[in-house]
Structure formats: C-alpha cells, structure tokens
Design a binder for this molecule. Structure first.
Ligand code: XMP
Length: 514
C-alpha cells in the first residue's frame, strides 16, 4: 500500500522540535513531511493530507510579524493539531486571546483532565507533560472547549466543538512527555483515521518499484564508501535493478585499517553487487606528500576523487543516473535555508558531480531520517557492522594525521585507531557514542620501556557524544576503558609511547582536529 496516500503535513513555525514531531509520527507508522508554515493552500490541497500538525515556534502570536499559515486550511475539514505556538495561532484565528506573559513556563507540569476526548484517551490526571512557552491562552477561542489544564496553563489542551481542530500547549513530541506518543497516536489513528501504512518494509517495496519504473533499463552509477547512507542506497538500488547498478569504491589510502577489504568482502562477495574496486592509494598518497594544511588536504582528496570517479563513469559508457545518499534533513535544511554562514571546514561529498557529468540524480533515501535509513539497511540484510557505523569523514585519516601524511604515519594511526574501534565496538555501553577515533599528533615525547629510553609519537583519543555533529561533548568514558585503550596502543603499536584524551567540546573546538 502506498503510504504517500495517507500523508500528514507538518507546518513548521520554527520550533527546535519540528523534526522530532516528524520522527514520532513516522515511528507511529504514518508518513509525514515538514513544510515551511507559509506553504500555499493549493499545494496543501494537492497533497490531500489526512491531517495537519502546526509546530511550535519561537515567535509570539502577538508580534506584528507573527508567522501565519494559510487560514483556508481551517475550513477543509481536515484534522489539525496545533502544538504550543500552533495552539496559540488557532486561538487568535478563532478570536480567542493569547496572553504574552512575562513568565516563562518551562519544564515539567502535570495534566488535569476537564473533559473526555479521543485525543487524550489513555491519559490520566497527574500525568507529566513538558512545557516550553511564554504565551498562553487567556480567553478561549470561539467554538472551542477546554479538554485539560495544567498547573500554570488553564487551557493546556483544547478542541473545536464542531470540527476536528485541536491544540495542546505542551509538547507531546518530546520524551519528557512520557505519554506524548500516545496523544500523537490518538490524533493520527482515532482523529485522522489513518491505517498506518508506513514502515521500513513498505518503504523498501515502494522505493524499489519507483526506482525500477523511473530507471527502466538505464544504468546507474554509485560511489560506495561503505558508510551507512551509500551502503543503503547501493543495496536498495541493487535490489531494484540488479547489475544495472554499477558501484565504484575508491581506496584513497586514508581509510581505516582493513576497511577496503571489509567493504569489498561485504558488497562484492556477500551481497553480490556489481562493484568495481579501484586501488588509488598510491595516487592519493603521492598527491598528499608534504601537504600540511588541512583545507588543502581536503581539496586534493576531493578533486582527485571526482577525477577518478568521472573516469570510471566514462569507462562504463552508457550510464544515465548518479545515485546519492541524500537524506530528508538535507532537504529540509535546503528548503529553510539558514543564510550564509562561515566555512569552518569544506566538507566534501559527491555533490559537485552531477552538473559536470550531466547525469540524472537518483536519491531514493531523500524521504528518510538517519535512524530510518539504518532500519531500512537492516531490512535489506546489511550487517550491523555497516548499519550502525559511525560517520567517517571523506578525507579520512588524512585529517587525523596532523601535519604530513606519510605511509609510516598512516601505519601507526591505522593500528592505534583499530584498537579504539575494537574497544568501542565490543562494548555495548558505547552504542550512543557519536564518533570515537585516534589522532596522530606531530610531536614526539620521551618514555621508558624496559630499561630503554624511547622517543616516540603521541596518540590522542577523541570520543564524543552528539545529536547531529553541530555540537558535541567529550564522552565521560570510564577510566578503566581509557586505561585499556592507552595500554593496548602503547604496547601494541610500535612508535607510540604516550596516549592523551581530548576533553574539549564543540564549540569551541571541532570534532576532528583538522
Ligand atoms: P567537525 O570536525 O567539523 O566535524 O566538528 C563534524 C562532522 O563532520 C565530519 N567531517 C567531515 N566529513 N568531509 C566529510 O565528509 C570532511 O571534510 C569532514 N570534516 C569533518 C566529522 O567526522 C564529524 O562527523
């Protein structure tokens, strides 16, 4: 069944939780998409949504420039749920009054039910809800009734008496509202009356059909890096069109230990993808010789990668499509452009390719969030080792070897890094870690091994926790684990006699050292 047929729209008024609403709705088996609050009426109608959710937002409805959605949606007889700002907007549109109070209500509150309704089924007096607002409803909108109040909000949940328009002052999408998911489920299943057609399985079925229909007998090329996104894209397209998918895996010499072997083993030998392995180690390492500047390293690696990839595409001849692992957050990001920001690091991806190569883009994951991509990967039979992978930068170990990238230094870093990986992967308590890796510092220090003086390299450990890499904090890893990593690195990696742990957060530092 096509889950697009029961789409729920989320109109975004700028809340930091908007993406969370979308993820919760999808976890509940309902496909949804986020759009800016001012999406036109025609576009909304064209999508024929089963329900509309109005998100929270930082503005006050009493501001002159308060964002407003097209008021026509309130006459469509489509269920609407306003959350926080969404509730306040409904209130003003229906001639109620919103109080711009000077006091902010933030954090835990308790709900008390005033009337029974499908929206709050399963919720009882005293249940915890999470508030984060300044404004609140002072006079009820016309034709509405109060369903519940809280300690500080006399109208914490409201509904229109005659239509299916609802509002809640609290945030059901955050996990601090323990029964929030139940409320969203009530809205979706009891009020919007969806069937719940969206699941990783239905996604795979629909996506493979769609790929088959749009590509036909055409050929698709995909740069496979072994990271989660490109691995899932490649496996999905392979399922749809088999060997008409041509994957190219470039060994740029700055991969983690054994990575090239593992990727070829999984995708070529086990999953039987049409994979071309290109050993370009020598090319990359000679281009990087003597280069110390991190941005130059990035540019060299990015350019060389594109050159090799283009050459391969040409050799393959009749390729019409380029597959990319674009995800939904990338799309939302580009719709709600945040304006110019300083380039801290020029992160490269294959984004520069299509224009020059005149290939049509195939982006089958562009409807999914990262955690959904992982579930789809599992559904497609990819091993945990791939699906749960940490992000790994395109320029690889080149930006983790501070200064010159030589074969000798690469060997040291690969060994040290594989010990960190080994210790983190074997410990399930670390599944929440965002990234963990080793860095080779261009400094030698004195040590003593046996009775001998040593003068050798320093390895830094970087283990961070993060939601999205925009901010990160160093992980409070137990001393025992750090101890094991340090001992193993010093004992097992020739040329290292000291290990240090990086305790800087981002900002002001960054995750990578270069
Ligand atoms: P920073 O170091 O900027 O890293 O805090 C944020 C995230 O981006 C990754 N990263 C890169 N990824 N090309 C990439 O594909 C790059 O040049 C690059 N530099 C950093 C980094 O590993 C972290 O996940």
């Amino acid at each position: 069944m096509d889950y697009h047929k029961e789409i729920v729209l989320i109109l975004d008024f700028g809340s930091q939780y908007t993406q969370l609403i979308a993820r919760k709705v999808r976890e509940l088996g309902v496909y949804c998409e986020i759009y800016p609050f001012n999406l036109t009426f025609d576009k909304i109608i064209a999508m024929n949504p089963k329900g509309i959710i109005l998100s929270g937002g930082p503005k006050s409805v009493t501001d002159l420039d308060a964002p407003i959605c097209d008021k026509g949606i309130f006459s469509l007889n489509i269920p609407i749920l306003g959350i926080c700002y969404g509730l306040q907007l409904i209130t003003t549109i229906y001639k109620g009054k919103v109080d711009k109070s000077s006091k902010r209500e933030y954090g835990k509150a308790h709900i008390v039910l005033d009337d029974s309704d499908m929206l709050l089924e399963g919720i009882k007096d005293g249940d915890i809800i999470w508030m984060s607002h300044q404004d609140k409803v002072l006079t009820m909108p016309r034709g509405f009734k109060t369903l519940a109040h809280s300690d500080n909000s006399p109208h914490a949940a409201i509904r229109s008496i005659d239509t299916k328009i609802y509002g809640v002052q609290f945030h059901p999408e955050v996990h601090h509202t323990p029964k929030g998911k139940r409320i969203l489920k009530n809205f979706l299943y009891k009020i919007c009356k969806v069937k719940g057609l969206f699941s990783p399985k239905s996604f795979v079925m629909l996506a493979t059909d769609h790929i088959r229909n749009s590509v036909g007998d055409g050929k698709v090329i995909c740069a496979l890096s072994g990271g989660v996104d490109s691995s899932v894209v490649a496996t999905l397209i392979h399922k749809a069109i088999g060997d008409n998918l041509r994957c190219v895996f470039v060994n740029n010499g700055v991969l983690r230990k054994d990575e090239e072997r593992e990727v070829v083993e999984i995708f070529k030998d086990r999953l039987h993808l049409n994979l071309k392995y290109i050993d370009a180690e020598e090319l990359f390492l000679s281009a990087l010789k003597g280069v110390k500047d991190p941005e130059r390293k990035r540019k060299i690696i990015g350019k060389l990668f594109i050159k090799i990839f283009e050459e391969e595409a040409k050799k393959l001849g009749d390729v019409q499509y380029l597959a990319q692992g674009t995800l939904y957050p990338d799309i939302i990001e580009s719709i709600s452009s945040k304006g110019p920001s300083a380039t801290i690091k020029s992160h490269h991806n294959v984004g520069g390719l299509p224009k020059r190569m005149k290939l049509k883009l195939l982006e089958p994951l562009k409807e999914l969030f990262k955690d959904e991509v992982r579930i789809v990967g599992k559904e497609l039979g990819l091993p945990d080792y791939i699906v749960q992978r940490q992000p790994f930068p395109g320029p690889g170990l080149a930006i983790r070897i501070i200064g010159d990238v030589s074969r000798e230094r690469l060997k040291i870093l690969k060994e040290a890094d594989s010990i960190v990986r080994d210790e983190v992967e074997r410990n399930s308590a670390f599944s929440h870690i965002w990234q963990s890796f080793a860095i080779l510092i261009p400094v030698k220090t004195v040590g003593v091994m046996g009775d001998e003086r040593t003068y050798a390299n320093v390895i830094a450990l970087r283990i961070v926790e993060s939601e999205d890499a925009m901010t990160a904090d160093w992980s409070r890893v137990p001393y025992e684990v750090l101890d094991i990593m340090a001992r193993r690195i010093i004992n097992e990696v020739p040329g290292v006699n000291r290990v240090v742990y990086d305790i800087s957060s981002k900002p002001p530092s960054t995750i990578e050292w270069e």
